[in-house]
Design a protein around this ligand. Structure first.
Ligand code: GLU
Length: 323
């Protein structure tokens, strides 16, 4: 029986939050595990620090493990040395992970096996459309399932699309509340293997989260509309979906998301305490000013002890100014 995405919809806010683990089936509380999954496309900046700190605090607050996974399956976007820089930054900011670092690229054979399985189940088809063609035929940028009946060969330069489901892929987010999307998102066949032969983010992230026993996903709200697609993958793979926590995004004065692409400055170890204090405050917590001069581990310990899920802003974007 495919797991209904709705089965994962649970609201710890209406329970004693410490009971969270008890409400997730079939994973028992002691194996609760969260993760931070950066792509090695550059050093961490304030926006990615917020995601790292947010996922760390949620995991630790619930007594869960916190895994770090390097999402290194997109070589054209990778920056040499970025993985090492990211790991050193996490250490300097007192964000200590459990277990080995997971390198997504090592799981490519596993992704390929699953793609073959999905293909054998008749859930995939090949598509040779260009982005230009998709944009011409669609007014919202969504793929209008053009190739679904064409029976194109899976060989060569074609994307592999997963057939959409019939379900309702809305979900309850632990921070943002009920999240519903346009029907066109639920009914879009989406890419699981890219035209250039690389594995698509949606596929890799879901398989890795399942394999690692990740039962709660804390990440930036820019990935909110990836979640219905990921729920479709949990459905076809017949696995229970994790709990979702989407954090507000840090934006700059121009209204753009802080990102590696728009050259957000890398966070520096020498400013670790101040930046951590800012990240924790950004997440709606109220760290005392005196904490700013404490070492990172002390600040993190305070934040875990005083963590309040309810005060994380239910907002899409928050302006971040460095001062
Ligand atoms: N690797 C993704 C990123 O750096 C995050 C994936 C996720 O948290 O689901 O944006």
């Amino acid at each position: 029986m495919p797991a209904s995405p709705k089965e994962s919809v649970r609201n710890p806010r209406v329970h004693d939050q410490r009971e969270l683990g008890g409400s997730i089936s079939p994973i028992e509380k002691p194996s609760l595990r969260g993760r931070f999954a950066p792509s090695p496309s550059g050093p961490l900046h304030f926006g990615s620090l917020v995601a790292a700190v947010g996922s760390y605090l949620v995991a630790r607050y619930y007594g869960a493990e916190w895994q770090v996974r390097i999402e290194d399956i997109d070589p054209p976007r990778e920056v040499e040395g970025a993985t090492d820089t990211i790991l050193r930054q996490l250490e300097a900011f007192g964000l200590h992970w459990d277990g080995p670092i997971i390198y997504q690229s090592e799981n490519i054979p596993r992704f390929k096996d699953i793609l073959e399985w999905l293909k054998a189940e008749g859930l995939l088809y090949a598509c040779d459309c260009t982005r230009k063609k998709v944009n011409q035929l669609s007014d919202n940028g969504r793929y209008p399932n053009i190739c679904q009946h064409k029976k194109l060969s899976f060989e060569g330069e074609v994307a592999w699309k997963l057939r959409h489901g019939d379900g309702d892929y809305s979900f309850f987010d632990q921070i943002q509340g009920n999240c519903t999307f346009d029907e066109s998102l639920y009914r879009e066949d989406f890419t699981v293997k890219r035209k250039d032969g690389l594995m698509a983010y949606q596929l890799a992230v879901v398989i890795d989260d399942i394999d690692a026993g990740i039962d709660h996903v804390v990440r930036g709200i820019d990935l909110l509309d990836s979640t219905p697609r990921q729920l479709r993958l949990y459905e076809v793979l017949e696995k229970p979906a994790p709990l979702w926590f989407h954090l507000p995004l840090a934006i700059n004065n121009d209204g753009n998301k802080l990102s590696k692409q728009n050259h957000a400055p890398a966070i520096e170890a020498k400013n670790a305490s101040v930046l951590l204090h800012q990240a924790i405050a950004f997440l709606g917590q109220k760290p005392p000013v005196s904490l700013r001069s404490e070492p990172p581990e002390i600040i993190i310990d305070w934040a875990i002890e005083h963590f309040q899920l309810e005060t994380i802003p239910q907002q899409q974007q928050i302006l971040y100014s460095e001062s």
